[in-house]
Design a protein around this ligand. Sequence first.
Ligand code: GLN
Length: 269
Amino acid sequence: MIISEWIKSSTEVLNNIGIKSARLDSLLLAEYAIDKNRTYLMAHGNSALDKKTIDYLNVLLARRYKREPLAYITNKAWFYGREFFVNEHVLIPRPESEDMITLALELCRGAGLVVDVGTGSGCLAITAAIELNNATVVAIDVSKDALEVARKNAYSHQTKIKLSESFLLEDIPEAPDLILANLPYVPEGLITSPEIEQEPEVALFSGKEGLDLYQSFWAQIGSKYHNSSGPLVITESLLSQHNDMIALAASANYHLVKTLGLAQAWKRG
Ligand code: GLN
């Protein structure tokens, strides 16, 4: 079998089960298994594949066929133009969360201390550490496995973020200048794709309406950091949750300063 034949037949297999990105996924699997870039694969479509490589490609294809997210198969995802290691212990970074970084750069460029709550792969914390270049960044998660992934990513991006196992802000006494919170907000039972079912539930769901953790988060914000002017807070949630978020933030004496896509920025007062 030659490279182009495998890509064609794999595209058909994935197409047949309704995967819209069938061809792209096949190309990415081939790039990963053959360890060559797209240009090489296109230029060498007629090259024969050896049996070992075909077997390996088919093992990867079988995983994708079972709706395992491509990012978990290749252990790679991109966020804000950089590559991050991901595995089944962390949510795959979503492009919409890049808006949180855009808001941070616009509203809090001089931040000295940044806290990223529910860091997962560490993509927000590490991007903040690189883009807000004078900031000290603390990345928090309840999951030890997620913190290991964040540690690995911090190392490969040569950033010195501090990792901390905590329930939301519980163990963070110092007042940060900026808090990034992309907490789980998917309402119970809202499964938007079969792939999502293979991501960690703890990173996605949060009660019936999806706002349980944000409720605890805002309660913590309301009871902490009274000796400071209050950190700027940037959150992400569904558009349909934005009004409820305004009410939760108000109970912590916070008001909305800007919305960008799913991201919202909040200030005290
Ligand atoms: N945006 C993600 C999704 O819909 C959810 C991320 C989150 O819960 N923080 O899959």
